[in-house]
Ligand binder design. Structure first.
Ligand SMILES: *Cc1c(COP(=O)(O)O)cnc(C)c1O
Length: 371
């Protein structure tokens, strides 16, 4: 039996309920210590997240966009060099490239999985000093093919949406990766936070330096940097959530499988596909709506009116954003990204979602499709 209770896109309060006692105890510890930036909680989280990522190093940052910029800056790439990224990503991927003094080189995605398409990357390789694949919606971009193409160029992974995801059994494939702990991410803080993960000792040290005013010794600034540090209260939350993340990702996988089953009979709706070799962590469960643009927007409005927190991620690809007009791409430049922007409909999914909530989502969707 379903009810007519609203179903949110994500339910962060449900996650908080599971960790509340731990978080309050940790906050008390931090507040009593008087140490609010970096310190033992942040160091403890960095160690735990490095282990979770099978990495030698994790360096905390203030947010995911900074983490990407820090990773790119640490690589000391030639100023103005081209960094290849997919057109269908959250705008932050492109922002970080430009803020690092580099040039976004956009390419299209593969139509089946909407991940950066190695065949399109090959076409712009001559203009590239680095590759920046995005592990969109919780599954890894095709890393073997990308590493092959990259040759000596560094591959930086945008892992903001893929915490815990693996490909061919491995969590990381590039030289350095950056992630975001924005509250809605699979591992979310109670505010902004992010991190850089790498096996490379020198890169980790450079990230740490750049993100703390270029300083390893107080008031001695060895290189040009800025301020992007993780704060201790966020580390408390992240440590409590990290302990649950494997189980929470498993619950996301179960919920995604349940949607696959519930949606099987619905005409005009194509469930998302997992690429070969990927262990998906379902940051987002986004279906394709056959007829595109207007139809998706009408379904989205109908679902929202019925109390279903569906969404569209992301309705405008990077190359059509006013802020990136200077890249010089018009409509039609990246047809797969443009179609995805018009057709994707994100359904509510979070670790604590119940079968009843999912049934209600699909019932509302079926009703909207028939209207
Ligand atoms: C969330 C996100 C970011 C940026 O993270 P913030 O913490 O919001 O700065 C970067 N890339 C992708 C793909 C994201 O989803």
């Amino acid at each position: 039996m379903t009810t007519d209770q609203p179903v949110p896109l994500v339910d962060l309060a449900a996650a908080h309920a599971e960790i509340e006692a731990e978080v309050r105890a940790g906050f008390d510890r931090v507040l009593a210590s008087g140490g609010y930036i970096k310190g033992p909680e942040v160091a403890g989280f960095e160690e735990e997240y490095a282990a979770f990522s099978d990495a030698r190093h994790c360096v905390g940052a203030a947010n995911g966009t900074d983490a990407l910029e820090l990773a790119l800056r640490a690589l000391d790439l030639p100023p103005g060099g081209g960094v290849v990224l997919p057109a269908n990503t959250f705008v932050a991927t492109a922002e970080a490239v430009q803020r690092a003094g580099l040039r976004p080189v956009l390419v299209d995605a593969d139509p089946d999985h909407l991940l950066i398409d190695p065949a399109r990357v090959a076409e712009v390789l001559a203009d590239a000093v680095a590759l920046l694949p995005v592990h969109l919606n919780g599954q890894l971009a095709p890393m073997a093919a990308l590493l092959d193409l990259a040759g000596d160029r560094p591959v930086v992974e945008d892992a903001a949406q893929s915490q815990g995801a693996r490909q061919d059994g491995r969590a990381r494939h590039g030289r350095i990766s950056a992630t975001s702990f924005y509250p809605g991410k699979n591992l979310g803080a109670y505010g902004d936070a992010g991190a850089v993960v790498t096996d490379d000792d020198d890169l980790a040290a450079a990230v740490r330096l750049i993100g703390d005013h270029g300083s390893a010794r107080k008031y001695i600034h060895e290189r040009f940097g800025f301020n992007s540090r993780m704060d201790a209260l966020q580390a408390v939350v992240l440590r409590a959530k990290l302990r649950r993340l494997p189980a929470w990702n498993e619950a996301r996988r179960a919920a995604a499988a349940r949607y696959d089953g519930l949606l099987a009979g619905l005409d005009g709706i194509t469930p998302p596909r997992t690429a070969p070799g990927n262990e998906h962590v379902w940051h987002l469960y986004a279906v394709r709506v056959g007829a595109g643009g207007a139809r998706r927007d009408a379904l989205l409005a109908a679902l929202n009116a019925a109390g279903i927190g569906a969404g569209a991620h992301y309705p405008v690809p990077v190359h059509l954003q006013p802020a990136f007009r200077h890249l010089g791409h018009g409509e039609g430049a990246f047809p797969v990204a443009e179609r995805a922007a018009a057709e994707l409909l994100t359904l509510p999914l979070f670790p604590q979602i119940t079968a009843e909530q999912q049934e209600r989502v699909v019932e509302a969707l079926a009703k909207a499709l028939a209207a």
